[in-house]
Design a protein around this ligand. Structure first.
Ligand SMILES: *Cc1c(COP(=O)(O)O)cnc(C)c1O
Length: 488
């Protein structure tokens, strides 16, 4: 038996590379990362297709592979195809980030494999996360009682918020059909998913109309509330967006909070996109009233420029979150908290989870808050600049002046159908690939969106878009040019 154990240990020993081999791999990975970063400024932001990904070898052999070779296959299959989310040219959907020290933070967090689920296991990791949550709570103006959780993203944070609201508002199965939820067409679809996951899909969902197509009409909200109450229904949850993913518009949070307080609703603010703009004066001015929410979602992988996998939920009273996530398990008895002192697992749907604090803490401490403040302010001014420049150019119809950093627009062609033409124009941007923009439909109109949020997006990228759009629109808007499927 002992021989067998020794033999097996020898066969498994490859799992623990020796120091010199580790050093070599680290240098190879570092060089790989450098080559990637150095290629960014001149590289494409979007390449259509999936041919490169098809090269990935799906065979997992018994024998070890070669690290250098694996890096090559990884690069060949993953890079230069799809959206390059690390590129400053990414101005579609809501861009993420990927600040360098976050990668090193993940590296160190993973090397130590710190268990950030319970305080007992890694008091330091838990403390670090709690300090980050405190920093965010202060940022949004929450009181000392506030707390929260670092999640994998905005969707999970929204789900946790909905579950917390359901528990604290005591919405039971028998109440569901009379428990009304208030949203708008601009509410992120993950809220709808969350309602379903939380067993609340049968709540009457009131889509409150939006003023000029982008933010909740507070008067319509009030009327709907009164109507529902008069009908004997129970309004319990309103979700305000700050700002919407589509147009970046911010719902009138103060007015919504007023009504939520008056009628005893839970006010959830989905600030996954816009929340960190609280760091700069321009954003703060737009986000007034956010501190009146019961719960707020922020996405550090958006506004703090972290790599994907970083969301956050903040709740005005941490006890609400603890109450909604309470659990007990015999095998966890050693880790159980003292009353009032919570571990992430007491406040989360997750138990074992990555140590998410380090990728956030390291860049924040290393670069300092001022750098983030400046970058977010820069994004707002770039969006304003883009809006103003295009507005002054004949032929363009602009969406609302940006609340934050999303601009919607379309070209009004002389010779073509509006929607067909703009779809063609959006395709031309993708075919060029230097930058990536996405599109949406607002009141049946095809509009193109520019979202400035990547920390690598600067004036030159915005100038490039302006230049490209102006030339391309002029080039395409000719009587003889066919646009897409249009066969006239
Ligand atoms: C991005 C976003 C979400 C979803 O967050 P993920 O991090 O992608 O899961 C939810 N709401 C808003 C407003 C968003 O912008």
């Amino acid at each position: 038996m002992l021989d067998k154990i020794k033999q097996l240990a020898k066969a498994a020993s490859v799992l623990e590379p020796a120091a010199d081999l580790r050093g070599k791999m680290f240098r190879q990975a570092g060089l790989h990362a450098e080559a990637f970063l150095e290629a960014l400024p001149e590289g494409k932001t979007f390449v259509a297709g999936d041919k490169r990904s098809e090269q990935l070898d799906g065979n997992f052999a018994e024998d070890p592979g070669d690290f250098g070779q694996l890096l090559k296959s990884f690069q060949a299959a993953l890079d230069n195809e799809g959206i390059n989310a690390a590129s400053g040219g990414h101005m579609g959907y809501i861009p993420g980030g990927g600040v360098y020290p976050s990668a090193l933070g993940d590296f160190l967090a993973d090397i130590g494999n710190y268990y950030a689920g319970v305080k007992f296991a890694s008091p330091g990791a838990v403390k670090m996360e709690q300090q980050l949550l405190r920093w965010m709570a202060d940022l949004v103006g929450f009181p000392a009682s506030a707390g929260g959780d670092l999640t994998s993203g905005g969707s999970m944070a929204n789900l946790t918020a909905i579950v917390t609201a359901r528990e604290m508002m005591e919405v039971r199965a028998r109440d569901i059909e009379r428990s009304c939820v208030y949203l708008t067409e601009g509410t992120h679809h993950c809220v709808d998913k969350a309602l379903r996951a939380a067993g609340l899909s049968e709540c009457p969902k009131r889509m409150i109309p939006m003023v000029s197509g982008c933010r909740m009409d507070e008067h319509a909200f009030q009327q709907q509330l009164e109507k529902d109450k008069a009908a004997g229904l129970r309004p319990w949850l309103v979700v305000a967006s700050a700002g919407t993913t589509d147009t970046g518009s911010i719902d009138p949070i103060n007015a919504i909070a007023e009504l939520a307080e008056k009628h005893s609703l839970w006010l959830h603010v989905d600030a996954a996109y816009g929340g960190f703009f609280m760091l700069c004066d321009e954003g703060k001015a737009r986000l007034k009233g956010i501190e009146r929410a019961h719960s707020i979602v922020l996405d550090p992988h958006k506004g703090m420029f972290l790599p994907y996998g970083s969301g956050a939920l903040l709740v005005r009273d941490v006890a609400w979150l603890a109450q909604s996530q309470a659990y007990d398990a015999g095998y966890m008895q050693d880790a159980k908290a003292v009353a009032g002192v919570y571990s992430p697992a007491d406040l989360s749907l997750e138990l074992s989870r990555p140590f998410r604090g380090m990728r956030f803490w390291l860049p924040l401490k290393l670069f300092g808050v001022a750098a983030f403040r400046a970058a977010l302010s820069e994004k707002i001014w770039l969006a304003r600049y883009f809006h103003e420049q295009l507005e002054q150019t004949a032929g363009w119809e602009m969406g609302p002046y940006p609340d934050l950093s999303v601009v919607t627009f379309r070209y009004i062609p002389k010779y073509h159908d509006n929607n067909t033409f703009n779809a063609q124009l959006a395709r031309a941007v993708l075919e060029d690939g230097r930058v990536f923009l996405s599109s949406t439909r607002i009141n049946g109109k095809f509009v193109i969106r520019l979202v400035v949020l990547h920390f690598r997006t600067h004036l030159k990228h915005v100038e490039y878009v302006l230049d490209f759009l102006k030339h391309k629109a002029a080039e395409l808007d000719q009587p003889e040019v066919q646009t897409g499927t249009d066969t006239r």
